[in-house]
Design a protein around this ligand. Structure first.
Ligand code: MTE
Length: 452
């Protein structure tokens, strides 16, 4: 290793993996190798200093000398590949079969009224692939015939109207990237550490480019009552009677009646052919299979806002209509369930978001919150959208606690779990936006911990 070169550490990802299983097993079986033990403090310091000016990496784990994967031409270099359009609609590589949205065993009694979590630990950038978007259904999902789907606007409007999908898709449309987070994301961590990986702790979160017509255009089209129309009620076409009140101010601001997701039609699980997109607001208001909007003069107090999706407070009272998803972030790699196999360089990466606007800054700590360094925000930094952050880190093999702390453009700082518990108690379900801690032990194992 040259004086300024940093050895790039190897990471055992979970559940997907890019390391040759034999190499990974060898490293884990031997524990920290001699070479790794010999990673002197001196060269560690030199390496840390080198990072400030620019990083040079020492040779990785596998040497090119004698490597059959370099020396022998593989079959794919010497034979004819498959024909175009073999898959009329492309699918992921057969080597990516571990990267799946997953249901948490035992979380709910019926899978149709349940949730599947997005595999945040295996995603790059900010866009969630459509097939990995998390799901939350109260009464299962259906693949609805778009030619028969109807969308109605009624209530305090001059001209109540029923639109077909074709009617809607001929109107002026917008495409915007936004995150959607279920209000119950990270719910299980209110009292104690409860789940093993970031997929289960933070995976009720996704981010897509949504396309549709601004709700304001449709409300104008129906001549909504500008004096008395203070709220709207959005209703879904599934059997769950999912209905949510939204204030008229918000409805006219940036709400979209959407049919598109990541450049294609919505997937059936996510509301095909029509869903409401309510940027910055908890997922339950993003009504799927949207069939009706009623304009009214007061909050409707339906079951999904009067007795569900309410915040329990320490005094035994409940808070209704907490809609905004406050500023939050999480490190996705390294994260619990993964394993660091070497000392050396790691790119700490994660996601930050705020329902109130753009992310201004993300700080990262490797010592449980005592010291913080500012991470790089990778563009684009959009409003009410996931923002990717990265920061260089050299692991010296000692136990550490990794944390990220996001700050949004309003100046709001993501709280510590004990700060949140002081005002919300420990028995809440919704709106846990606390700083997440991942412990890296000496063996390199990463686990979920709570640090106060
Ligand atoms: N809309 C209908 N009609 N039925 C539902 O069960 N679930 C809500 C919301 N919209 C739901 C719905 C909840 S609680 C969430 S978090 C989001 O949809 C989840 O959206 P997704 O399944 O596309 O991730």
């Amino acid at each position: 290793m040259t004086k300024d070169a940093i050895k790039a550490g190897r990471l055992l990802r979970a559940p997907e993996n890019f390391l040759d299983p034999v190499v990974a097993q060898e490293i884990t079986a031997n524990g920290l190798s001699e070479e790794r033990r010999g990673f002197l403090r001196k060269s560690f310091l030199a390496a840390s200093a080198a990072m400030a000016s620019g990083v040079t990496f020492a040779q990785g784990g596998v040497s090119g000398d004698g490597d059959p994967n370099i020396l022998n031409l593989p079959e794919h270099s010497t034979t004819l590949g498959q024909a175009v359009a073999t898959n009329g609609y492309g699918v992921p590589s057969k080597y990516e079969t571990n990267l799946l949205r997953r249901e948490s065993p035992g979380l709910t009694r019926v899978s149709a009224a349940s949730v599947s979590f997005a595999p945040l630990q295996g995603l790059f950038g900010i866009i969630t692939p459509s097939g990995l978007h998390f799901e939350r259904h109260h009464q299962g999902w259906h693949d609805i015939d778009p030619s028969k789907h109807r969308f109605m606007i009624n209530g305090l409007v001059k001209n109540p109207k029923v639109y077909t999908m074709d009617d809607l898709m001929r109107l002026p449309s917008v495409s915007r990237m936004h995150f959607i987070e279920c209000g119950a994301n990270t719910a299980m961590e209110w009292g104690n550490v409860a789940v093993p990986t970031v997929q289960y702790s933070h995976g009720m979160l996704s981010c897509c480019e949504f396309t549709g017509v601004p709700l304001s255009v449709l409300l104008e089209d129906c001549g909504y009552d500008k004096k008395n129309g203070k709220f709207i009620l959005a209703e879904g076409a599934d059997g769950s009677s999912m209905t949510r009140t939204i204030s008229m101010d918000r409805a006219l601001d940036d709400v979209i009646v959407a049919w598109g997701m990541n450049g294609e039609m919505l997937r059936p699980e996510n509301g095909y052919p029509l869903r409401l997109v309510v940027p910055g607001v908890q997922g339950v208001s993003w009504v799927k299979w949207l069939r009706r909007i009623e304009v009214g003069d007061k909050e409707y107090g339906t079951k999904d806002e009067a007795i569900h999706y309410i915040d329990s407070m320490p005094d035994g009272m409940y808070r209704q209509y907490t809609s905004i998803q406050e500023c939050k972030s999480v490190i996705t790699t390294p994260s619990a369930g993964q394993m660091l196999l070497d000392k050396g360089f790691y790119n700490i990466t994660g996601l930050a978001w705020s329902g109130r606007g753009k992310i201004k800054r993300v700080d990262v700590s490797v010592d449980g919150g005592r010291n913080w360094r500012t991470a790089r925000l990778e563009g684009p930094v959009n409003t009410k959208c996931l923002t990717r952050f990265n920061i260089n880190w050299v692991w010296d093999g000692s136990p550490v606690v990794l944390q990220s702390r996001a700050i949004d453009e309003t100046g709001y700082v993501q709280p510590k779990i004990n700060e949140l518990r002081a005002v919300r108690g420990t028995r809440s379900i919704y709106h846990n936006n606390a700083i997440q801690s991942w412990k890296v032990s000496e063996s390199g194992e990463v686990s979920n911990v709570q640090v106060y």
